[in-house]
Design a protein around this ligand. Structure first.
Ligand code: FES
Ligand code: FES
Length: 154
């Protein structure tokens, strides 16, 4: 199948039954997307599909052939962090980091549709992303900071 991942068309030898999570991690070796529960409960596998946050463990890859998929590898670069990544660092919004890729992408989808979110907007947007380390207050602060940074960008 042909998938567009992080803006790059990729021909992937995957079966119709394979989840987007499996294809991303195992066939494309994009291991920034994490597998937690594998049943739609934790949000660790969150990616963007046409800009909307989605659980890749519940999504068939074959259904994404006409969509743009963004994984954490497509959000920013090591030498040019996305404002969300910068804000997560500055607000110390991660501990083990396992949930972080999913949190970042869920937050990116929120800010794209709501550039000036309230703290409650952030809580709702991240409510499908669990964090065992309990960084929730810092997550909210980081997303609020990132939204402000992005509004200030030219
Ligand atoms: S791994 Fe997909 S929701 Fe938990
Ligand atoms: S930072 Fe460890 S699970 Fe969220």
């Amino acid at each position: 199948m042909r998938l567009t991942i992080n803006g790059v068309p990729r021909d992937v030898p995957a079966g119709d039954h394979e989840t987007l999570l499996a294809v991303i991690r195992e066939r494309l070796q994009l291991t920034g997307t994490k597998e937690g529960c594998a049943r739609g409960e934790c949000g660790a596998c969150t990616v963007l599909i046409d800009g909307r946050a989605a659980y890749s463990c519940l999504t068939l890859a074959a259904g994404c052939a006409d969509s743009a998929v963004t994984t954490i590898e497509g959000l920013g670069r090591a030498d040019a962090l996305h404002p969300l990544q910068q804000a997560f660092i500055e607000q110390d919004a991660l501990q083990c980091g396992f949930c972080t890729p999913g949190q970042l992408l869920a937050a990116a989808a929120l800010i794209a549709r709501t550039p000036r979110p309230s703290e409650d907007d952030v809580r709702v947007a991240l409510s499908g992303n669990l964090c065992r380390c309990g960084t929730y207050p810092k997550l909210v602060r980081a997303v609020m900071q990132a939204a402000e940074m992005m509004r200030a960008e030219p």
